[in-house]
Ligand binder design. Sequence first.
Ligand code: ADP
Ligand code: MG
Length: 727
Amino acid sequence: MPSDPAPGGVTLRELADRPVTDLKGVGDKRAAALAKVEVRTVFDLVSYYPRRYLDRTREATIEALGVGEEGMVLVRVTRVSERRTRNGRSLVEAWVTDGTGSLTLTFFNQPWRERQLTEGTEAVVFGTMDRYRDRLQMTNPIVDLVGDRTGRIVAVYPQSESAGLQSWDLDGLVGEALRRVMMKRGFDDPLPEGVRERFRLVDRSTAYGGIHRPESMQVVAEARRRLVFDELLRIQLELVRRKVHLERSARGITHVRTAGSDGVDLVGAFHDRLGFPLTAAQVRTIDEILADLARPSPMHRLLQGDVGSGKTVVAVSALLVAVQGGHQGALMVPTALLAEQHHLGIVDLLEDLVVADTGTLMGERPLRVELLTSRTTAAERRRIVEGLEEGGVDILIGTHALIQEGVGFRSLGVIVIDEQHRFGVEQRAALREQGDQGGQGDDADGGAIPDVLVMTATPIPRTAAMTVYGDLDVSVIDEMPPGRTPIRTDWIVEDDDRVWSIVRDEVASGHQAYVVCPLIEESEALEVRSAEETHGALTGGVLSDLRVGLLHGRVGPAEKEETMRLFRSGAFDVLVATTVIEVGVDVPNATVMVVLDAARFGIAQLHQLRGRVGRGAAESRCLLVGEAPTPDAGERLEALVRTTDGFELAEVDLDLRGEGTIMGERQKGRNDLRLASLRRDREWVEVARDVAIELVGDGDGLDDHPALADEVALLLGGDEVDYLLKS
Ligand code: ADP
Ligand code: MG
């Protein structure tokens, strides 16, 4: 094809440089039709994959297919007609025969079938054989017009009514494209031989041949494996390449756990004063993080851990390593309420710890932790900002409002961002810049980029994380601290007495309960009203003798704090709330979580809500109330009843909602994931990641694999991956 052939086979780029009009039989009109289905180049054509395959070896005859049986028959149309049923629906009937017998195909609401199945048309139909008034019939069967294609397996291409393209048109063009490639040099295979052998992948010529012109379904499967691998590998190569580039180009801070000869080990001292031993998962993730911190390049790590798995201890350990080396740490959370809670908890955990300070008589001073939110008073704020600038504040806890307001740190060493799902990539980037500016003082590390740890309590499947957070390393806390009593979850369809008597029983035995009101996404005002109404109904009815608080998005900060304080202190038995309590609220004495109209919430949200109970020693319950309007909603609620494992739930969520939820809008655009599915091909995502890390190496990036590098550049040009990382 090219005038100056490269050695080896034809590359995807060469095919992408060839317009379809280079093929025999493609003129302007055909090219315009193909453009409608996004096929413009020969590469587009060979990656226009069949929608499904007809296995002609499984073909039956009309005579042989019994009533009630499902099967495939090759037929010819003898007559077709359309009419309206009594209730106005379109009904197309096609009389067909295959020489052994005849039958009627009936189609409801598909008027265009009359034009498709004209007399003499040959079609392969797949459906269930019925008998209706003494005639054999199939209702709404699958119909494929395959023209005169023979062969045992026939590829069926997505056809386009509006473009006027039939499966056999595409089949013919793809066949022509493949023939020309094979006549030349076959496909170039950029994948190293060793990798292909290790995973028993067929070569690329075999793959493209097999996906379009298979001899058996086994061949299709082999071809698919290889092409799926290629797609996933390209994405991982790009993500890993970016990550490695960032690590090499950015100068970070080399943190060490114990600095100098004074032997103070803040992290060790902190662990010693915890009233419990760390779980194995905490030890492991802390080790992973400390190893990152000790490297000269900046850390970008995601810490996944279910609600209650003990992420705070891990985060504080990282912050203390920064403080140990004379730097500062910042913990950013999504809401002021959370910031306040974290502040209380962390001050408590770090009480009595001291840091070295040559400016004082004793050579040390107490470690200083401050809280900065939109609610901090001006005077207080001035004091804190001053402390940050001169270095007297060691750890700052706050909301992301901090980022925008240009608070200057003397030397920000480690940033922990909690609850990642509330933050975007932009905020992460802004924070990193923040550290950049902050370091411009007299510090030796001026200009260095701080280490970043992102924490999320919304587990996402490991393989999905590898794609969505592909620019981050991932640590997982996959173990709960001991002694937790599992939360019992029930789905109660009727909002009946049972729910409220469980609540009353728990309160009677000294515990507390949450009641979460229906989520109304369209309008905060409606949601607030529904919370107020629920509160009114309960206090005026079944819970009239209990002390019931109310919390929602329109309650002012002071009142909210007061309500939480009262609930925490036990002055309220029950707290009626909207999802404002979803994240981070920690009241160990609360043992019941009632979620009204639970089907309105997603799996992740319900899991978060449930995580508000089961925080103490007492057994806890979660009651999901209300009907499931759809089968999916029912499956969601059943999954929550079945398991409390966040990662398992994340897998269910992915199965039910599809990867569109992870990949976001990306699915709709131009897209290199044509065959691969993050769901179905999970295990291949991991393999691709490992291979990408191996190929990018820690040497010269992809320089040793120019053909792969070129393919990545071709198919994942710039913004494609940016988009992926943002969604
Ligand atoms: P999350 O991962 O949800 O942020 P937290 O860090 O808030 O979890 O921890 C939840 C609770 O578990 C806290 O009360 C904490 O003190 C406790 N905890 C953390 N680690 C352990 C451990 N290793 N053993 C016992 N309790 C622990
Ligand atoms: Mg937490």
